[in-house]
Each structure stands twice: as structure tokens, then as C-alpha cells.
Ligand binder design. Structure first.
Ligand SMILES: [Cu+2]
Length: 478
């Protein structure tokens, strides 16, 4: 097993592009050189139907690289990513590079930033990655995110001062595709039947119920860690005393997860790629699209467990020491996760060098979140997403305050493309993030600078809410 130092050394000589699967260096093409002087990381992705084994569960689904999740892309801050995507799906598609503040025409949002890639067509994404951190890529078309159309994207910074022995990417997902139905059928059914009646009040939010009672709109038969069910979870071997940096990604479509390791505190060091003052926690809750990095020190075999918020079941993988099975009673630990008070990443304290300079907002934009209305629609400010109509005009060089005003009885993880925002905490600046949980009936305020011109979608990262219209966009020129 390579330690962190060994891994970075391998990365530095450009081995990243040699990952297995459908990502590979293309022969006969001279790679471009990025500003670090290293060759570009060249990948090819071929979205297509595939038969996938999800750990004791065989499904036919849609993937980027024949695997779920897609083959990891890993590169250094400042490196050039050169990704050629050839669509073999029966439907158009794109790739969105979630959380990266890259040029607008590389953002992968149909209509706003590019025409979607038609079946049989090829699109080349080419950009330098500006910031280190834990990111992921996914389709921004229809309900494809709730198939297998996602994968981790890790940007390393060898000089970031992090201290750990090894790292482990943990991609969480809620799974229904190929189990007798598919996400398009699920969405059509939501549209036809509308929604379950909402409780008029319900219990108030509390530290142990931070998102309220309503966990989501879809009942999933499976929850996955790194593409595997609990029938045959992934196992990784470690030595006692090793400090493991968990890079946790919620790639789910309709499910928030509470994540914890029995008997082992998390030291949360980053959210959405950006560093925070390390926060000790028993568990962390992540909405769809959110990420957290947490260091754990393991002394014996333990599972990493993710409990879906407001839903039955769980996801897990195993960290093993001396090849021993963990002694944990996992269902009992899931119950303790549910009874506990998970850390919401929006309450973390940013490191000083990622706090935006003090400035009063030049403009404030309220986004009123509502729904579900008849036909399963989720409007923002009374309107459904209708690009290229309905954009919010901004000017370059401004400090913009967004207020996500949730009038609904359900939580919404709100995601802004092309920027990171500073969550406005009760006692000063909160963390830098690109996706933030907005609990039912609450308002969350975030500030960002208009320093990356284009048309940028702002949307709920519940894939069914997005398909139900819960998006708008901001635009400004360079
Ligand atoms: Cu939503």
C-alpha cells in the first residue's frame, strides 16, 4: 500500500491518466502542457448502457466508463484536464464538473453552457482545475444522475499542509435503476400521482432532526458506498494507528446521509473542497452534492456507515486491520447515528485564508423555494426553470448575497455553479461551499463574488426537484 507521499509521487509523474477502465491516454496525440509544466491529464469517457455488479446486485444501467461510480479522475491543482466524451447512450448527455469554478462553456449544463451531446456525438472538455479538493462529475441531463452517471474527481495540492497517512474516497448513492424500474419511470410516476400530502406542521427542527421529518420523495431499495450494496461491501486493509483521510461525496439523487465510524471520532477538515478549522464530530450530515473530508485514526477493523435521512436501510464499507472482520453491530450503530446530532457542514468555521475579503453586498437576491405544486413542480420565486428565459442579471466585480428562503416542508441542498460562496453564519463568515443544505422553513444566506462571467445555474440538488423545475440562473458578462 502506498502512503500519501508515495501516491503523490506517482501522481506527479502523470500516472493518473493510466487508470483502468475507459479512461485512458489516447495514443498519437501530443498532450498539451499545463501551467505546472506537466502533461495534461487526458481521459476518454464513453457514456453507454452497461451491465454492472453492485456487490451482489446485477443491474443494467447507464455509466460513463462501464463502472459505478465512473473511474476516478485525480489530478493536481493547476493541471489541465482534457476529457473527450463520446455519447453512446440512447439519449443526449453532458458532463458537469461539480464544484469547480471553470470557464462557463465547460460547465456541462444544456442550453445555458452548451448544446447537450447528442447520441453518437463527441464533446471535448478542456480546462485547468483551479482549486484543490474533493469534487465529482455527473450528468446534468434529465434523471441521468440517478442512474450510474457520476464519478469522483479529486484535485490534490501537495502543499496543502494536510497530515494523514492514506486516503479513501467514499462515494454515497441511493440506487433504484435496473431494479424493475428506472429514474425516468420514477419521475413520471411522481408527476402523475403528485406528492404525498404534507404534514401541516410536524415536529420542529432539532439537532437530532436537522432536516425535519421528510427525507425525500423516492423510496430506494439500495444504498451504495463506491457502487456496492451491503450484501458485498468494499473492504480496504490498513494498519492499526493509521490516519485515513476520508473524502466523502454524496452523489445521491434524493437522499441526505449521516456518516459515521463506530467508536472513532471524525476530524472534519474540509467541505466542498475548502478547508475548515478541524471539527471533531461523531457524525456529519451531507445533502446531495455536498462533500466533506474527515480524518479518522483506526485502531481496529471498523465499518464506515451512512444512514439515509428519513429512509430505511443504510450503506457501508469496511476498513480492516489485520484482515479481521469488524465486531460492530451495524444496525445498532445506524440507530445511534439516527439518535445523534450530526454536524451540518454549513456550521463549520473556515480557515482564514478562504474567507472572502470583508465587503458589504452590492446586491441581494432572494430565492424563494416552494413546492410541491400540482404535477410535482418545485418553483423558485414562483417560476419553473425555463432556460434561456428567466435569468437573473448581475454585474461583474460585485459581491452578491443570495438568500435561499425555504417556504416548503422539505429540505433542499442548493448548488451554485461556477463559484464558491461564503455561508453567512450567525457569528461571522461560515465555510466556503458550493452546495448548502436549506432546511424546511428556514433561510440560508450566502455571499459570492461575480468573478467568473457566464450563465450559471442555481438549483436544488435533489435530482427530482431539479427535473420538477427547481432551478434558475444568474448571468453576467466579462
Ligand atoms: Cu429540492
Amino acid at each position: 500500500m502506498l502512503g500519501r507521499r508515495g501516491f503523490l509521487k506517482v501522481t506527479a509523474v502523470g500516472a493518473v491518466a493510466g487508470v483502468t477502465g475507459a479512461c485512458s491516454t489516447r495514443a498519437g496525440e501530443t498532450p498539451a502542457v499545463d501551467r505546472t509544466g506537466a502533461p495534461a491529464v487526458v481521459v476518454t469517457m464513453t457514456p453507454a448502457e452497461a451491465d454492472v455488479d453492485l456487490g451482489g446486485l446485477a443491474v443494467r444501467t447507464w455509466t460513463y466508463t462501464g463502472t459505478v461510480p465512473a473511474t476516478e479522475i485525480r489530478l493536481r491543482k493547476g493541471a489541465l484536464l482534457d476529457a473527450t466524451v463520446t455519447n453512446r447512450l440512447p439519449q443526449e448527455t453532458t458532463v458537469h464538473w461539480h464544484g469547480l469554478a471553470i470557464p462557463n462553456d465547460m460547465d456541462g449544463v444544456p442550453v445555458l453552457t452548451q448544446p447537450a451531446i447528442a447520441p453518437g456525438d463527441t464533446f471535448r472538455y478542456r480546462f485547468t482545475v483551479p482549486d484543490a479538493g474533493t469534487y465529482y462529475l455527473h450528468s446534468h441531463v434529465g434523471t441521468q444522475l440517478d442512474r450510474g452517471m457520476y464519478g469522483p474527481l479529486i484535485v490534490e495540492d501537495p502543499d496543502d499542509g494536510s497530515d494523514y497517512d492514506d486516503e479513501l474516497v467514499i462515494v454515497l448513492d441511493d440506487w433504484i435503476d435496473g431494479t424493475g424500474t428506472d429514474p425516468d419511470a420514477v419521475f413520471a410516476n411522481l408527476r402523475r400521482t403528485g406528492m404525498k400530502p404534507m404534514a401541516s406542521g410536524g415536529p420542529p427542527l432539532s439537532p437530532t432532526l436537522p432536516l425535519g421529518e421528510d427525507g425525500g420523495d423516492v423510496t430506494y431499495p439500495y444504498f451504495l458506498v463506491n457502487g456496492r450494496t451491503t450484501r458485498d461491501p468494499q473492504r480496504r486493509d490498513y494498519r492499526a494507528g493509521q490516519r485515513i483521510r476520508l473524502r466523502i461525496v454524496n452523489a445521491g439523487a434524493d437522499t441526505a446521509f449521516r456518516v459515521g465510524v463506530p467508536g472513532v471520532p471524525l476530524s472534519i477538515t474540509h467541505t466542498d473542497g475548502y478547508p475548515v478549522v478541524p471539527q471533531r464530530a461523531d457524525s456529519v450530515i451531507l445533502g446531495m452534492g455536498e462533500r466533506a473530508d474527515a480524518v479518522v485514526t483506526i485502531t481496529g477493523s471498523v465499518p464506515v456507515v451512512a444512514a439515509p435521512e428519513g429512509k430505511d436501510g443504510f450503506a457501508m464499507m469496511s476498513l480492516r486491520v489485520d484482515a479481521k472482520p469488524a465486531a460492530t453491530d451495524v444496525p445498532a450503530f445506524v440507530a445511534s447515528l439516527r439518535a445523534g446530532a450530526p454536524v451540518n457542514t454549513s456550521t463549520l468555521t473556515p480557515l482564514p485564508d478562504v474567507v472572502l475579503p470583508q465587503r458589504n453586498p452590492d446586491t441581494t437576491v432572494d430565492l424563494k423555494l416552494a413546492g410541491p405544486l400540482a404535477g410535482y413542480t418545485w418553483p423558485i420565486n414562483g417560476a419553473l426553470y425555463d432556460p434561456p428565459n428567466g435569468g437573473i442579471e448581475l454585474a461583474r466585480g460585485q459581491r452578491v448575497r443570495l438568500r435561499y428562503v425555504n417556504t416548503s416542508m422539505m429540505f433542499h441542498p442548493m448548488h451554485l455553479h461556477g463559484h464558491t460562496f461564503q455561508v453567512q453564519g450567525p457569528a461571522g463568515p461560515g465555510p466556503r461551499k458550493d452546495t448548502v443544505l436549506v432546511p424546511p422553513r428556514e433561510t440560508v444566506t450566502v455571499d459570492f463574488d461575480t468573478d467568473n462571467p457566464g450563465r450559471w445555474i442555481v438549483h436544488c440538488h435533489n435530482d427530482y426537484h431539479l427535473n420538477g423545475g427547481m432551478a434558475t440562473f444568474v448571468e453576467y458578462r466579462g
